[in-house]
Design a protein around this ligand. Structure first.
Ligand code: UDP
Length: 341
C-alpha cells in the first residue's frame, strides 16, 4: 500500500510512519518541520520504503502528484499546542484551514479515491461542561471569541471540509477527534502536560500543576492512536463519519502529577501555578475531557493496549536514557583525562 502522511515528521505522524513501514507499506511524508523534526524519522534513515518531502502543504507544487500516488492519506499537518496557538493565530488559520482545503482539492483533482483520515481534535467540544463527550455532544464556545479558541475553530472547519468533500465528491474521508495523545517524541515546548511533568520529575524540578489540579483529561498512548487511525482508514464504514479517538480512562491533573512523580521515584515538589502566570493572559481551561468511544469500537473493535502507567513508565525511562546520554556526552567533552575527544 502507498501511504501519504502530512505532518509525518511530527509526534503522531511519525508513529503512523513506524506502523506502516513495519507493515511493509511504502510511505511518503510531507512535513514543513515547523513542529516536526527529522530526528523523529531517524530510525528509518536507510529504509527505501520511506520518502520524505520537507515541504509546506500550503504552497508545495508536488502536492497533487503525491496525493495521486497514495492509496491512503493521513492528514496530520497542523499547528498544535496551546502556547503555539496563542503565539501564532495567523499561522494556525493558514496551516489548519488552507492546508486542509488544498489537500482535499488535490485529492478531488487527482481523480482517484484514496482513503483519508483528517485529524481533528477534542478541543472542538470547547467549554461544554459535560462529563464525557460523544460525537453528537454540542460544541460550546464563548461568544467573545478569544484567540484561545482559534485552534478549535480551525479543527471544526477541517471537519466541515472533510464532510463536504465526502458528500459533494464521494471522497473516502473520516475525520477523527483526537483526545490528549501522549507518548515518545511528544515535546513539552508547546505546553503539553505529560512531557512537561516527566521532564520535571526526572530532573527533580518542581512539577507545575496549573490551577487547583482538579481538571481532568483522558490520555491515550500514541501507539494506540496510530492503530485506531489505521483501523478506521481500513473500513469503508468510517467514511463520512466523525469519530472520537482516545482512551476513556479519566485522571485529574493533580493525580497525574502524583503518578509521574511516583513512576520517576522523584523528589520533585508539586507546585500549583495560576493560569495567568502559566499562559500569560486570561485563559479558559477545560474542566473535564473524556471521550465516549462507542463509535470507534463499533467501527473497528478497537481497544487500547497501553495503560497510562505503562506509558508514563516508558516515558520516564526514555527521558532518563536521553538525559544520561546527553550528560555522558557533556562529561566526556569536559573530561580532561579523556583522550579520545
Ligand atoms: N497543565 C499543567 N501543567 C503544565 C502543562 C499543562 O497543569 O505544565 C494542564 C493544563 O492547564 C490542562 C492539562 O494540563 O489542564 C492538559 O494540558 P495540555 O496542554 O497537555 O492539553 P489540553 O489542555 O489541550 O487538554
Amino acid at each position: 500500500m502507498h501511504v501519504l502522511i502530512t505532518g509525518g515528521a511530527g509526534f503522531i505522524g511519525s508513529h503512523l510512519v513506524d506502523l506502516h513501514l513495519k507493515n511493509g507499506d511504502k510511505v511518503h511524508v510531507i512535513d514543513n518541520l515547523s513542529t516536526g523534526a527529522r530526528r523523529n524519522l531517524a530510525a528509518h534513515d536507510r529504509n527505501k520504503n520511506l520518502r520524505a518531502s520537507f515541504e509546506d502543504i500550503e504552497t508545495w507544487n508536488g502536492l497533487r502528484e503525491a496525493v495521486a500516488w497514495a492509496d491512503r492519506i493521513y492528514h496530520m499537518a497542523a499547528v498544535v499546542g496551546v502556547q503555539r496557538v496563542l503565539d501564532d493565530p495567523i499561522g494556525v488559520l493558514g496551516t489548519n484551514v488552507s492546508g486542509t482545503e488544498r489537500l482535499l482539492q488535490a485529492v478531488h483533482r487527482g481523480g482517484w479515491n484514496p482513503s483519508c483520515i483528517i485529524a481533528s481534535s477534542s478541543e472542538v467540544y470547547g467549554l461544554n461542561p459535560a462529563d464525557q463527550f460523544d460525537e453528537a455532544t454540542d460544541l460550546t464556545f464563548k461568544s467573545n471569541s478569544r484567540l484561545r479558541w482559534t485552534y478549535a475553530v480551525t479543527k471544526l472547519l477541517d471537519e466541515f471540509y472533510a464532510m463536504a468533500y465526502h458528500r459533494g465528491y464521494g471522497q473516502n474521508i473520516c475525520a477523527v477527534r483526537l483526545f490528549n495523545t501522549i507518548g515518545p517524541r511528544q515535546v513539552g515546548t508547546y505546553g503539553m502536560v505529560v512531557p512537561r511533568f516527566v521532564q520535571q520529575a526526572v530532573s527533580g524540578e518542581p512539577i507545575t500543576v496549573y490551577g487547583d489540579g482538579s481538571q481532568s483529561r483522558s490520555f491515550c498512548d500514541v501507539r494506540d492512536t496510530a492503530r485506531a487511525l489505521d483501523a478506521l482508514a481500513s473500513t469503508e464504514r468510517s467514511f463520512g463519519q466523525i469519530v472520537n479517538v482516545g482512551n476513556d480512562r479519566e485522571i485529574t491533573i493533580g493525580e497525574l502529577a502524583e503518578l509521574v512523580k511516583h513512576s520517576a521515584g522523584s523528589k520533585s515538589t508539586i507546585e500549583h501555578v495560576s493560569y495567568e502566570a502559566a499562559y500569560g493572559q486570561e485563559y479558559d481551561d477545560i474542566p473535564r475531557r473524556r471521550p465516549v468511544l462507542d463509535r470507534l469500537r463499533d467501527l473497528t473493535g478497537f481497544e487500547p493496549e497501553w495503560s497510562l502507567e505503562q506509558t508514563i513508565d516508558n516515558l520516564v525511562s526514555l527521558k532518563r536514557n536521553t538525559t544520561r546520554t546527553i550528560d555522558e556526552f557533556v562529561n566526556l567533552q569536559h573530561d580532561p583525562t579523556a583522550s579520545h575527544v
